[in-house]
Design a protein around this ligand. Structure first.
Ligand code: UT7
Length: 331
């Protein structure tokens, strides 16, 4: 499925007016993780294959809802808005605290909102791009004026800690953006493109759910195959975004990619002829936080002053499903 936002322009566009993020208190370096879970791995293997040096992992009372709430509150503060200004919350996650209510309505309550609506979106590591697309479409159609879009994951709770080929790759965290109606032509979210190919669902999946007989929950991935699809499909998604907007790779000022593997990120930057200092990288410190990785990286680069108002930012992600997509934003 490909969805071209240009064809559904009805209302006013959506712009990003606030960003926020939250990470669990505890961080584990590669060596600390290996020691904690008695893993037959090495810092050298993890760094050279993925670029990961450490990840944050929830403990104690930290949950998807608590991290999402913190990220959302920071995005509100950053935008100079309060919870009363928000019409809807959309959360991208594969690791909700409960099957229902959604993380979104738990965050709604935690923020003290008595108005609006909320729901979760399930698209694995592409979840944030999917949720952003839904939020943008709802603003364009006039259903809401301000929408909090959150990506949050606590993958540490669904990893098989005896499977070294997956458990070293992921981390926990949350990121949020506040969207607001009112972007003029050439401002805000310029385009989004979504894709999925369910025939590739067995390349990256979580075995088990409440409705599943086995009851065993564990993430499984054919890493090399997913890597191959990521390189091809992300390149196509980026071309599609550039073509839709009549742009060249060199027009992009910042790439804020999904943070799965530094080798994939470097490959995409090379394709766009983007120097490495124009690519926001957090995989070294956060590992792969799935749906949270893009808003976490965006928040970091906005707060440290790299990404400024008016900059052209490209986001891209691929994950379980397989799902993938891109978003092009004038900040
Ligand atoms: O976010 C969703 C999208 N996900 C991705 O985009 C991830 C895409 N895939 C990847 O990033 C890479 O494929 C991985 C990082 C997952 C793996 O890197 P790779 O270069 O494809 O390695 P591999 O799976 O081919 O494994 C190579 C070797 C194997 O040993 P043999 O059979 O060659 O002797 C594994 O047993 O590395 C071994 N290995 C490990 N060794 C030490 C696997 N995991 C580990 C480990 N420590 N943690």
């Amino acid at each position: 499925m490909a969805q071209d936002k240009q064809s559904q322009d009805k209302g006013t566009g959506a712009r990003l007016i606030g960003v926020g993020s939250a990470l669990p208190r505890r961080a584990f370096s590669n060596d600390e993780l290996a020691a904690e879970f008695n893993l037959d791995t090495s810092d050298e293997w993890i760094r050279t294959r993925t670029g990961i040096q450490q990840r944050h992992i929830v403990s104690g009372d930290e949950t998807a809802v608590s991290l999402a709430h913190m990220a959302a509150q920071r995005a509100l503060d950053h935008a100079g808005r309060t919870a009363e200004d928000v019409d809807a919350i959309i959360v991208a996650t594969s690791t909700p605290d409960q099957v229902f209510p959604s993380v979104a309505v738990r965050v709604q309550a935690a923020l003290g909102m008595e108005q609006g609506f909320g729901f979760d979106v399930s698209a694995a590591c592409s979840g944030f791009v999917y949720a952003l697309t839904v939020g943008d479409s709802m603003i364009r159609s006039g259903q809401a004026k301000r929408i909090m879009v959150i990506g949050v994951e606590v993958f540490s709770r669904l990893l098989d800690w005896e499977d070294r080929s997956t458990c070293v790759l992921f981390g926990d965290g949350a990121g949020a953006v506040l969207l607001e109606a009112g972007a003029g032509e050439g401002e805000g979210i310029l385009s989004t493109h979504l894709h999925a190919d369910g025939r590739l669902g067995d390349l990256l999946y979580v075995d088990g759910a409440v409705g599943c007989a086995s009851g065993k929950v564990a993430l499984k991935m054919h890493g090399r195959e997913v890597f191959r699809h990521a390189v091809v499909n992300l390149a196509a998604a980026v071309d599609e975004a550039l073509e839709t907007n009549g742009l060249k790779g060199t027009d992009i000022q910042w790439m804020v990619p999904h943070q799965a593997n530094l080798r994939i990120i470097d490959g995409m930057a090379k394709k766009l002829s983007l120097p490495s200092e124009r690519v926001v990288v957090t995989v070294d410190r956060h590992a792969n936080t799935s749906a949270a990785s893009i808003p976490l990286a965006l928040d970091e680069a906005v707060r440290d002053g790299r990404i400024k108002q008016g900059d052209l930012v490209l986001m891209e992600a691929l994950g379980g499903g397989l799902t993938w997509g891109s978003a092009l934003i004038r900040m």
